[in-house]
Structure formats: C-alpha cells, structure tokens
Design a protein around this ligand. Structure first.
Ligand code: ADP
Ligand code: MG
Ligand code: ZN
Length: 484
C-alpha cells in the first residue's frame, strides 16, 4: 500500500466501584431489573447536586501509575454538552483540559512478537450514559442502571499503524485493567468499548481521520480498522478527499456506516462543572495507591520466563489471568524443594499441562473460578509429584483431579482410601497376566508369530481389568517374560 495508516484509540472502561460516580446508587453491572439503581442525580433531574466518588478517582490514579503516566497536580471536572436520549440532563460530566493523568505508555511487544510501545495522551474520568434498549421496530426503552457509572477514558497518541497493533494494544490494556482490579473490562458486556480514529497519509503529515465508535469485540476492532483502511485508500486513489466523520461498525454486513459529521471540541462548549470543586493530588494518598499496583503482566511474563523455563506461549497463557498465574506460581513453590533442576523442570511442565488442559477443562465444565475451586495449589502440586514419580498414571490422575474438586481432599489420601495407586509389583500383576494369556489364545499365537501389536493388545486387556492402575511398562516386560 502506498499509504501509511495511522490509528489513535479512545478506550472507555466501566470502573468497578460500589457506588456510582456522582451519587450513592449501587454500581452493579449484573442488575437485571431495569432502572433499579437510580436516584434524582443519576436520572438527571434539574437542580440536584453531584458529589465526587473518591474511590473512582483513586482507581484512575492507579491506572495512571500502571501506564507510567503523570498524575496532574490539579485536575477538575467539566461539562460536555450534547443532546441524546440516554443523557437527559443535556451534558455529561467529563474532564477537558485538566485530566487526572497525562501521558504514559503501554508496551505491547509481548503480544506482537516485535518491539512496540504505544504512547498515551491522557487518562480521565467521566460518567457513563444510560443504556438504550431498542425493542421492536418502533420503540426504545431506557435503562438508567448504567447512567452515572464511573467511566475511564484513555486516549492514545496517533502512533498505531495497523489493525493488528490496535488489537494487541486493546488486549494488553484489558489485561492491565483486570490485573489492577479496576474493571472487568469485558468487551462483549459493554464494560470496555473502543473508538478507533483512522487516517492514511502519503507523506509525513497525518491525513484526515474518521472515527469508528463503540467497537465491542476484538474481532470488530480488527475488522473495522482493516475495512476503513481499504475504504480510505480507494477514496484517495480516486483523487477525492476523506470526509472527517463519525462512523459506526456493522458487525453483520462487515462495513462502516456514516453516523454524523465529526464534531469539534468547541461544539460541546465545554466549561468547568460549577457544582464540583477542582481537585488537588494532595487530597489523595499517592504513595499508598502506588503500592496497590500489583506486578503487571509484562513484568510477570519476564519473571516467569526466568524462573520457570517454560515456552513463551505457555507463559503467555498463564499470565493471561492473574488468578491463574498466582495459582500456578503457588503450586510451583509447593513442589519438593530438594529435587534436581531437571526433575523440577519436568514437574513444572507437568503442572502446566495439567493446569492448562485437565484442570481448566474441569473448571470450565463446572463453571468454577480459581477463587472457589476446592483443589488447593498445594494439593495440585502433590498430584504432579505423584504423576512424576509414577505413583499414578495419567488416566488415574484425571479421575483423581475430579475427585479432588468434589471433596477438597488431598490426592494421596484419595489414592489410599480408594486404592487407586499404580500397581508396579510383578507379583501383584502376575495373576492377571496369566489369566489374560489363558483367555486370549489368538493374540498369544499372533505374538509368537512375531506380531508385536499382539503384545500391546494383551497389555491393554490387563490395563482395562486393572481400571488403568497397572504400570504399563512392568506389564509389558511381564508378558514378554511369560510368553518366552
Ligand atoms: P477528539 O477531541 O475529536 O476526540 P483528539 O485530538 O482527542 O480528538 O483525538 C482523539 C483520538 O484520535 C486520539 O487517539 C488521537 O491519537 C487520534 N487522532 C488524532 N488525529 C488523528 C489522525 N489524523 N489520524 C489518526 N488518529 C488521529
Ligand atoms: Mg474523543
Ligand atoms: Zn443515583
């Protein structure tokens, strides 16, 4: 392509606070009953007075620390005036020239596989609008449960150059918000929404941009940006100019649709919110807030890489969920300390495999989270130890895991109580092996004729009778000995 695409993103995320931004109503994204959590303030009645939710400001400050931004000395709220049915008071309380956070950046190299840092312009705090529910072809309902919920807006510099980079950025930001515990940031549930500004240029100057509003899945972000790059290239190729406008994305038709010509800042006639005092950073305990920022995904990936010697993709999978990463790390720390480096390496691989397939499969099936699963990380580590030492085989391990999830009992106790241990003693296996030989003369003849599959068949028969508890290696050599 002869044009360089440039993209700047504006990301909104609903903050996880107990109450709304400017009133005492509950902030509950799971509330099913429409308009339950409302009061005159968040319904936009005239003459009411908003009060600032300090917790929401603190969450934005934490986000500021996480993205290495600067916390402004002074910040304030402003009125952004516009008319829309989901905003009956005719303005949104937002922040204009003095946001809480200035600058910052997000490193997305781990996701892209090449170095890339996305610089940020700002992070500010505002209130969410109510939710319009279109029912049927001729009526629209309004649910104010969401109206007045604290909303983060984060704005990047125009430094992103492809849909792939935009998606990588959105995913990393979502993960950072989740690590911080400031937002569930679920795109499909509307808790995180992305606007993409896109322009093409043939020289150093930025081109005229369009803005696609409210992208609500990673697929939509990617599809909309790629579509818009193509569309703008065609317009420019035909010698025409790009019209600066606001677009929507049609997920079904896979195309952007014009919504309105782009408004400028002066269209909103921003002015300082007269009902709220300006704030000063001295009103917040920045040191304490900084301490509340946990180890973030990028740092954790790097540390795990050094400590656990797993493959990069394996680490990326674990770190994608903070609770999972903690669980894994705890389980590793419960492994026997005196093992050789090689043995520990193998056990860590076992832990990863059982976590990523069996345990996560079981948790998905039963809709369990790491916060409620009855299998402690210590018991999980014991399971890996037992598999490593051949005390149980992988088939038994799977059943055992399910039993551990049912009862919370440690694996050794379950194995002892239910006699699930691997049987490796030749004496113990002798009787069964003899019986299998007696009952399967055809296989025995085949084996004696040199058909090696027949041996596997006999081992399989024995394993079935032992409900998977036999040691396959010992069984194999036992059959060889008996049939010599
Ligand atoms: P607005 O006030 O219209 O929201 P901003 O200047 O705040 O505009 O920018 C909004 C977003 O658009 C930012 O992410 C910014 O990086 C991006 N942006 C600005 N100009 C361009 C451009 N020419 N091409 C692509 N993105 C742009
Ligand atoms: Mg904007
Ligand atoms: Zn309210």
């Amino acid at each position: 392509m002869k044009y360089l695409p440039t993209i700047g993103l504006e990301v909104h995320a609903e903050l996880r606070t107990n109450t709304k931004m400017f009133c005492g109503c509950q902030n509950n994204p799971d509330e099913k009953e429409p308009n339950k959590n409302t009061c005159p303030v968040c319904l936009g009645h005239p003459g009411v007075l908003p009060t600032i939710n300090k917790k929401a400001v603190e969450l934005i400050i934490k986000i500021g620390f996480a993205v290495d931004g600067e916390i402004n000395k002074q910040f304030k709220f402003d009125r952004k005036n516009y008319f829309y049915p989901d905003l009956p008071k005719g303005y949104q309380i937002s922040q204009f020239d003095k946001p809480i956070v200035k600058g910052g950046s997000v490193d997305i190299a781990d996701r892209l596989g090449e170095s890339k840092i996305v610089e940020l312009n700002r992070v500010h705090l505002e209130e969410d609008a109510a939710k319009l529910v279109h029912s049927g072809s001729d009526s629209t309902l309004i649910d104010f449960n969401r109206g007045g919920v604290p909303l983060m807006e984060l704005v990047t510099e125009p430094v992103i150059h492809s849909a792939k980079e935009a998606v990588a950025f959105a995913k990393e930001l979502q993960l950072i918000l989740r690590y911080l515990g400031v937002s569930d940031a679920d795109l499909e549930r509307g808790q995180m929404r992305v606007d993409a500004n896109i322009s093409l240029s043939a020289d150093e100057k930025l081109g005229i941009r369009t803005e696609i509003k409210n992208l609500n899945s990673f697929r939509a972000i990617e599809g909309a940006i790629n579509y818009e790059i193509e569309r703008q290239a065609e317009v420019l190729d035909s010698g025409k100019k790009i019209k600066q406008e606001t677009l929507g994305w049609d997920d079904i038709k896979n195309k952007t649709i014009s919504q309105r010509s782009k408004e400028e800042a002066h269209d909103y006639r921003y002015f300082p919110e007269p009902d709220l005092p300006p704030m000063d950073q001295s009103g917040f305990d920045l040191t304490a807030l900084k301490l509340e920022v946990p180890e973030l995904p990028q740092v954790k990936r790097l540390r795990f890489k050094r400590q656990f010697k797993l493959f990069e993709e394996q680490i990326n999978i674990i770190v994608e969920d903070r609770q999972e990463a903690n669980y894994f790390e705890e389980a590793v720390s419960e492994l026997e300390a005196d093992a050789s480096e090689e043995a520990t390496g193998k056990k860590i691989q076992l832990l990863f495999n059982y976590l990523n397939s069996d345990l996560k499969g079981l948790m998905k099936e039963r809709a369990l989270g790491f916060d409620v699963i009855k299998i402690t990380s210590e018991n999980f580590a014991d399971l890996a130890e037992m598999v490593f030492k051949n005390e149980i085989n992988s088939r038994v391990a799977k059943d055992l895991l399910a039993k551990m999830a049912d009862t919370g009992v440690d694996p050794r106790t379950i194995v002892e109580n239910e006699g699930l241990g691997q049987i490796s003693g030749e004496e113990a296996l002798q009787e069964i092996a003899g019986r299998i030989i007696e009952n399967n003369p055809a296989a025995v003849t085949d084996y004696k004729k040199g058909k090696l599959n027949a041996l596997q068949f006999l081992v399989g028969k024995a394993m079935a009778e032992l409900k998977g508890r036999g040691n396959p290696g010992v069984l194999k050599s036992l059959f060889e000995k008996l049939l010599k």
